[in-house]
Design a protein around this ligand. Structure first.
Ligand SMILES: [Zn+2]
Length: 239
């Protein structure tokens, strides 16, 4: 497209929708690999030119999308019926996001494990695999518990942990560091549990475990001691 103006940008999770003055729409999704470089027109490309999927030039600036596995050009009518985009759950990074918007949809997933459900973009949108493990650890939730057993308070705790982590990651252009500096006694340590299988939990010392969840068998890391179901940890003692 030549000479068109970019008239609107909408994000939803990792989906990005660019609207142009000729009524065409470009929809991209970065998956785990895509990245943008935004800078001056003469700026040297950060990656090899053969990885460029999309380039937008303005008189002074240039935006380049690398590696993105999803990139489609659609008419307005095609986009209006785009099933994948329009079936997305609420975006956790949207300023109006509230736990009450997703609680019923999460619990309705019944016997699916919560570590699987929070990655399902149709239920709640925007949480990636690393933040899932880190957020469930900080909220002390067992990732293997069924969605139907999760309480509103559990989810409030989870989103209160995971949203600031994701916002901080966005400030660092996607670099994920969830572990506080004072616990990082080795420079390569960045996470509480993610990719730490067999290593001691920073809180209790138990070995971190890894499990695979859902249809896509995504990895989830957790501490079996710190992350127990509400039912177990809050059950009143019988006298
Ligand atoms: Zn622990």
């Amino acid at each position: 497209m030549l000479g068109e103006r970019l008239t609107g940008v909408v994000t939803h999770g990792k989906h990005l929708v660019l609207e142009f003055s000729n009524d065409w729409i470009i929809h991209t999704h970065a998956m785990q690999y895509g990245s943008w470089q935004i800078g001056a027109r003469r700026e040297v490309l950060r990656k090899d030119a053969r990885f460029v999927r999309l380039r937008i030039d303005t008189p002074k600036r240039r935006a380049v999308f690398f590696h993105g596995p999803v990139m489609e050009v659609l008419s307005r009518a095609e986009f209006a019926t785009h099933e994948r985009f329009h079936s997305l759950g609420p975006d956790v990074l949207h300023p109006d996001f509230e736990v009450s918007h997703v609680f019923a949809a999460i619990v309705a997933q019944r016997d699916r494990e919560i570590g699987d459900v929070v990655l399902d973009q149709r239920v709640v949108s925007g949480i990636g695999n690393i933040y899932k493990s880190e957020g469930l650890f900080l909220a002390a939730m067992d990732p293997r518990q069924n969605a139907s057993e999760v309480t509103f308070q559990d989810l409030e705790a989870f989103f209160a942990e995971v949203i600031p982590l994701m916002q901080a990651g966005r400030q660092r252009f996607g670099m994920i560091e969830t572990l506080p500096d004072d616990l990082r006694y080795e420079p390569w340590m960045r996470t509480w549990v993610y990719r730490r299988r067999g290593q001691p939990c920073f809180v209790c010392g138990s070995p971190i475990r890894m499990t695979r969840q859902g249809d896509f068998q995504r990895t989830t890391y957790f501490c079996p001691q710190c992350q127990q179901t509400t039912a177990l940890t809050q059950k009143p003692v019988c006298r």
